[in-house]
Design a protein around this ligand. Structure first.
Ligand code: AMP
Ligand code: MG
Length: 334
């Protein structure tokens, strides 16, 4: 036998063991799922999708479901249930829609009315961020407030009715609801991990494939978009931010932001510039971020506890105050 071949034969068992070990190891190694990202537009904001282990098909299904949600709840789409109710005072709706309204009314009640989907007439009057934004006369504000109050919504067997002059507005909860729709669309698919962001609301789905947990940035209220004041390390869940830097106008040196205090009819001013809420559903995180902005730090704490939600408050003085459950998850940017 030539010398070379004899050498190879001797080596064969070792080679076999090595190959087997490599195969076993390869199988055990956590494989990085392929990452697919795309951006769409819904709910008046960007809809950013990042999927691990899925692709275009799953992304399109999510986008379609969010668009269907928008077609049901947007007051600006003439055929939507919301537009019909706003125009005619009542409309026959889907069961899903009645559940969404029921949920919004429940959140209204549990936030002492700080979050209120019946502010449509008032928000149209201010039109903050719109073409007709202005400071309305006190009389106009008083009149618009006469047509608010979610306790006056009548949810009947097949339809929803509201008093004359009332207008429903899902602006403070819709993007969170889009995250809930994305969650439902992802459940049961091959996608194991995903991040879906609708405006200021984010769904963290599954585990971050890098094994480190998800990192969510909190926008610096006084700096350009993308510049962070802090980050949160989180597991799967829903996160929403409300802030007075997102939509506002300045008149005579005063800032008028798009979050209105239903008790006064004027933009909320509670010493805060932003609130980020982590909650069990997208709708709750979004509605509570708005409610906490209206309520201010102190009054928000019992409301958050009621929803098993956590929050980070950013004050006008630049203080960053997390609730208990987020203290060790918060990293303040230098
Ligand atoms: P968000 O950015 O989620 O805080 O929602 C703000 C939007 O919701 C505004 O542009 C209004 O359309 C509407 N809105 C403002 N104030 C409130 C409030 N207190 N409760 C419910 N909706 C509100
Ligand atoms: Mg909100």
């Amino acid at each position: 036998m030539p010398k070379n071949r004899a050498f190879l034969y001797k080596l064969a068992p070792a080679l076999a063991v090595f190959l087997l070990a490599a195969v076993v190891l390869w199988d055990l190694l956590p494989r990085q799922a392929a990452r697919y990202t795309t951006t769409s537009f819904a709910m008046g904001s960007a809809l950013n999708l990042t999927l691990y282990g899925g692709g275009e098909e799953e992304a399109n299904a999510i986008i379609a479901d969010v668009q269907a949600l928008e077609e049901a709840i947007s007051p600006n789409i003439a055929a939507s249930y919301t537009a019909q109710i706003n125009q005619n005072g009542a409309a026959e709706t889907s069961e899903d829609y009645r559940k969404w309204v029921e949920n919004a009314v429940d959140i209204s009640r549990r936030t002492g009315g700080a979050f209120d989907i019946t502010l449509g007439a008032l928000s149209a009057l201010w039109d903050i961020g719109g073409e007709n934004q202005r400071v309305p006369a006190p009389k106009e504000i008083e009149a618009a407030l006469q047509h608010t109050g979610s306790e006056y919504i009548e949810i009947q067997e097949n339809q929803i009715a509201i008093p004359a002059g009332m207008r429903l507005d899902f602006g403070a909860i819709g993007k969170g609801m889009a995250c809930d729709a994305a969650y439902a669309a992802l459940t049961g698919t091959d996608v194991k991990s995903a991040v879906i962001a609708s405006g200021g609301s984010v769904l963290l789905y599954g585990e971050n494939p890098d094994g480190e947990g998800w990192t969510v940035g909190i926008q610096h209220p006084g700096k350009e978009t993308g510049e962070l004041i802090a980050t949160l390390s989180l597991d799967a869940g829903f996160v929403s931010t409300s802030g007075n830097y997102q939509k506002y106008f300045i008149r005579d040196g005063r800032r008028y932001c798009h979050i209105l205090d239903p008790a006064t009819g004027y933009p909320a001013e509670n010493g805060l510039t932003g609130v980020t809420v982590v909650a069990r559903t997208g709708a709750e995180s979004d509605a509570l971020a708005t409610a906490c902005f209206v309520l201010g730090y102190e009054k928000s704490l019992s409301v958050l506890a009621d929803f098993h939600a956590e929050a980070v408050f950013i004050t006008e003085d630049g203080e960053i105050i997390p609730t208990e459950g987020l203290r060790d998850k918060l990293t303040i940017q230098e």
